[in-house]
Structure formats: C-alpha cells, structure tokens
Write a protein that binds this ligand. Structure first.
Ligand code: SF4
Length: 216
C-alpha cells in the first residue's frame, strides 16, 4: 500500500508540481474557508471571504462581534449562509471563551484529542476537522474527501465499501506522518480529479494511467 500511494504521489507531483495549499493569509482564515467550502465551489468561498475581509479583520473576536445578519449577508455567496454564519460564530465564541482567541492553543495537544474536540462542533465533520488540523495548524491529519474516494477506488486501492475513517487510515497507517507530505498529497488528489479523474475521466492523458485499475 505504501508503495502504491507513494508512486501515485510522485507521479502527481511530477505532473502538477507543488501546489502550495491552502490559499489563505492566516490560520484563522483557513478555518473560515474550511466552514464555508462545505457544499460549494471554492470560487464562491473566495467571494465570501473577500467580502468579509473588506468588513472586518479576520479574527475570532471580530467575527463574534459581527451582528448575525451582517455576517449572513457577507458570506451569502458561499451558500447555506444562515447555517454557516451560526456555526462560524459558535466556533469563534468557543475559541474566545476557552482559549482567549488563540487558535494555536486550541489546535495543539495530542492529535486524536484535538480532532475529537473539533468533531464535537456542529458543522465540523471529518473532512473539515482534518482540513483545519492540516492546513491551519500543520498537523499531520490526512484530509479525505469525495475526490479521494473516487480516485482511490478507480485506481484499485479501495473496494468501494470503505467508510471515511477506513480510507483515512490507508494514508495514516502507511505514510510517514509529515504535514508537508499530507498537505501536498491532498492538494494533488483534488487537482488530479478536477483535471483528469473527473466524473467522466480523461484517461488518455492521465499521469496515473500506467498503473490504474480502471485503465488496465
Ligand atoms: S487512468 Fe482514468 S480512471 Fe485512472 S486515475 Fe487516471 S483518469 Fe482516473
């Protein structure tokens, strides 16, 4: 498994080069992006974050102080804006009250415990929790999303019945726990699935075709 994953990784790096994720100016902006990107395209998140940034500094205190209706209006481009505004403000409130707004303090400590704490928040599922850990805190917690499942299944590394945690365990159990590796690998999987391994795959020009089960 390790060899297959690393072969995939090196092929994708060679094709796409380093991708330098996550596009954000601060760790707290990564957190906001991780909430907003649920069920919407990234371009809509960019619009919402740009609007927010024009209005307030992106800090937990400023987010807490913003009237709910104003926050909803600013993040409207990201969709589900009422629900996302409520969840973002709840997260910022807890961060303020328990950690005095210090995101580093919230995200440090043993990884399984911090991950469980994040998962206890409304609106934070495994993909969002791992995105926050990996991209806001540089903790080695692999991010699995629908692209990961699609690519690994077609490639022949999944049977299709695995749940989210089982797919994540493939990476966590077989790769060195290096945030830089996990960061780049997840970004490459997303890029690969947007470029080649789409719903209707473009196998002819895919950099993984020589070893892909769907192609053999
Ligand atoms: S060869 Fe086709 S199915 Fe396999 S990873 Fe590439 S695009 Fe996806």
């Amino acid at each position: 498994m390790k060899n297959s994953l690393m072969f995939m990784y090196h092929r994708l790096v060679r094709h796409f080069g380093p991708l330098h994720w996550w596009p954000a100016d601060s760790p707290f902006e990564v957190v906001i992006g991780a909430f907003l990107t649920q069920n919407t395209a990234w371009r809509n998140v960019e619009q919402a974050i740009a609007a927010l940034k024009q209005h307030i500094p992106l800090t937990p205190a400023a987010l807490c102080a913003l009237p709910k209706e104003t926050l909803e209006a600013l993040i409207r481009p990201a969709g589900f804006f009422r629900q996302k505004a409520q969840r973002l403000q709840l997260f910022a409130q807890v961060l303020q009250e328990r950690y005095q707004g210090d995101l580093d303090a919230m995200l440090s400590g043993p990884l399984p415990r911090v991950r469980q704490e994040l998962l206890a928040f409304k609106g934070i599922g495994p993909e969002t929790a791992d995105s926050i850990l990996l991209y806001a805190a540089q903790r080695p917690s692999f991010v699995v999303d629908a692209y990961t499942r699609r690519l690994l299944q077609r490639y022949g590394l999944l049977r299709g019945i695995e749940n989210h945690e089982e797919i994540r365990a493939l990476f966590m159990d077989h790769l060195p726990h290096q945030a830089a590796l996990f960061n780049e690998f997840h970004a490459l999987v997303v890029e690969q699935c947007k470029t080649f391994c789409r719903k209707r795959p473009l196998c002819e020009s895919c950099p993984l075709q020589s070893r892909c089960a769907a192609r053999l």
